[in-house]
Design a protein around this ligand. Sequence first.
Ligand code: DAH
Length: 350
Amino acid sequence: MNELDAMVDSARAGFAQAATPADLENAKAQYLGKSGRITELMKGMAALPVEEKKTRGAAINVAKQAIEAALNARRQALADAELETQLKAEALDVSLPGRQRGPGGLHPVSLTLERIEAIFSSQGFEVAEGPEIESDWFNFTALNTPEDHPARSMHDTFYVEGGSDKAPNLLRTHTSPMQIRHAVQHVKRYRAALDAGLPMPEIRVIAPGRTYRVDSDATHSPMFHQCEGLWIGENVSFKDLKVVFTDFCRTFFESDDLVLRFRPSFFPFTEPSAEIDIQFQSGPLAGRWLEVAGSGEVHPNVVRNMGLDPERYIGFAFGMGPDRLTMLRYGVNDLRLFFDGDIRFLSQFR
Ligand code: DAH
């Protein structure tokens, strides 16, 4: 074997040993680089006589082409191998089970609100919604709540921009403003009948929604829910409140084994007023009185602010806490769980 053939062989062996494209480029430099062996051989030809130059040059060229061919073949082989590993790494195992997207579900408090709406709808109540940013008038004044009432304090209420300096707007502290808003609309609709001395269809409405107070612990959240109820007519009495609310509680908790207590209380917008407590006769909560709502006969001043004559129209109102009802129904002991957004908790109500 002549020295050129030996050089081609050693180049092939060097290229074959290169495991990466970078190794290969280093190996190439030894033969084809600026001071590589081929380049050196070319330089060495300068000293040869013309006749020998021809044959020598041709032989070196043959060797050079053989080395270049080997180099290109190895480059291709390395590129193919790299593609192969990449494809393997990215391979999809189509036999793996798909990633599950659990079916969504309503929030437990939403379930309660739906339940409340369904029960009262079946008793002939409308469902009304109102704004969460309220004016001082609807939230307090129209509800017979005097200017020095503690509920108006900065500590209890989130005041927001808008309204006047003396009576700024606020995040409603209860759903009771909906009593006025809804009644005023209702009265407007039947104004002509009222003016003609004809009877007005009764106001029978519930108003569920979000309410806000500066309050936060295991049983209070700055944002919470309330559901207002209002029934106004010419012959609506406290007895009707008892019937309606007892019916509601028994349907809501799916238990006839449940008694109610109307405990005297005070609210500016009702007179007389009562807290409604319930007691289960069996089950885990049996024997304890549990407060579920405030209620009362709508105060004459409030009836007047609805645009009605309190000598003629009378009725009751109540306000309950759907969050608390949800806690009682499902046995949840910390209100904050409802608002943490933890899927492990929430998925239990699907
Ligand atoms: N608005 C009252 C509160 O947030 C609850 C309430 C009490 C509503 C008596 C009523 C009612 O409609 O008659 O504490």
